[in-house]
Write a protein that binds this ligand. Structure first.
Ligand SMILES: [Zn+2]
Length: 102
């Protein structure tokens, strides 16, 4: 009976110790991240670049080309999207107009 109580007590103490060490380790971590300057990353290769970089790329030839290609497809996509909305709105207007007159 007593030995069983002992084991439980020891286990509890061990768990408490583990929790304590985990807590202290967690507390230590953030201090190493304080010194990192604010920065952004190249949108192609994720290399750290200066905060003022515009466009947000590192200046590497491959990254510039990749960024331009992406920008082009993005512009085309938004153009198609606006075109779709315009067509939708136009059809809506026509339907309302037809309904009102007919
Ligand atoms: Zn890059």
């Amino acid at each position: 009976m007593a030995s069983r109580k002992d084991t439980i007590l020891k286990a509890a103490q061990r768990t408490a110790k583990q929790a304590h060490s985990a807590a202290t380790q967690r507390r230590k971590k953030p201090s190493s991240r304080v010194n990192v300057d604010p920065h952004r990353h190249c949108s192609v290769c994720w290399k750290p670049i200066s905060l003022e970089s515009d466009p947000p790329i590192c200046g590497d030839g491959d990254c510039v080309r990749m960024y331009e290609r992406r920008e082009k497809s993005r512009k085309r996509f938004s153009f198609i999207m606006y075109l779709g909305i315009a067509v939708f709105v136009g059809m809506l207007v026509v339907q309302i107009y037809m309904g009102a007159s007919g």
